[in-house]
Design a protein around this ligand. Sequence first.
Ligand code: ATP
Length: 315
Amino acid sequence: MTTMMLAEQARAPGKVNLFFAAGPPRPDGYHDVASLYCAVSAAETVTATLTRGDGIAVDVAAVPGSLLDQQIAAGTFSLDTVPTGAANLAVRAARAVLERFPRLIGGLHLRIDKAVPVAGGMGGGSADAAAALRAVNRLAARVSGEPALDDDVLRHLAAGLGADVPFALAGGAAVGTGTGAQLRPAAVGAPLHLVLVADTAGLSTPAVYAELDRLRAGADVPPPALPPELEPALARGDLGRAAPLLRNDLEPAALSLAPHLARTLALGEEAGALASLVSGSGPTVAHVLDGAAAAAALAERLRARGRPALAVQAP
Ligand code: ATP
């Protein structure tokens, strides 16, 4: 008898927030946001395999040449710090799907090929969750013979896993409101050329929000909203108009916790970047360059100086 290896693979992108406004803390501690998410061409891959056991085992590897791989080579990050048990978002995603296939027996193996820095503000864990939702859904449907969960159900499960997971499932570019999980697609007329610069340490998202609240204590914080001209300018591919409107409310908080990021942001101005901003809760910095050649040249220069850097397209 031959044993058939049953496996399914799915990818989900890392993201940058081209614009991010956070409102005051809500009574439940969360913040309402206005986020312009944009997927980048650095993606996570999850491969789900059925096993004979009954648990979920996880293996994590770094994609060669990725920002994460560069951080490991520089000795500033170790894959050992990524949780492989129930704390891993991909495991939580797999469980959420398996609950919908109660007749399925057996265990799972998840291989996560990571490209995105961990705790870098690029939604790497969220991308792992989104990719796991898709891979495990296809695998469970194939093995059980039952229909796969439809996109509405996957989106619902994604929202239950974290504010950034629905975007990782959708990809492209989107405006996120509420905690970020309510999405509508946004148009980007011409892909942006970014240089992502990873940091030596990670920043915890809750710590960055707490610092934001501390810095804003007593201030009158307006409800979060995108500048009205930003989406039309991006839709036209008018970067000259869009670039000065890019902003991240979490940046002052990230800078307060990691003051050396000011230096990383200044690298962009020196290189003629159209804009430079901290991605999400940081500490990864995204520089917006005028074209692929300029982006490739800056990334190369930074790598030559020992800084983990990567030119990517968005979306
Ligand atoms: P976001 O931008 O969505 O706030 P992030 O990109 O800053 O997130 P992640 O890499 O998603 O941060 O992970 C943050 C923390 O979550 C990690 O420090 C780690 O302990 C935990 N974690 C859970 N699952 C994963 C995963 N699959 N990959 C990486 N970290 C994970």
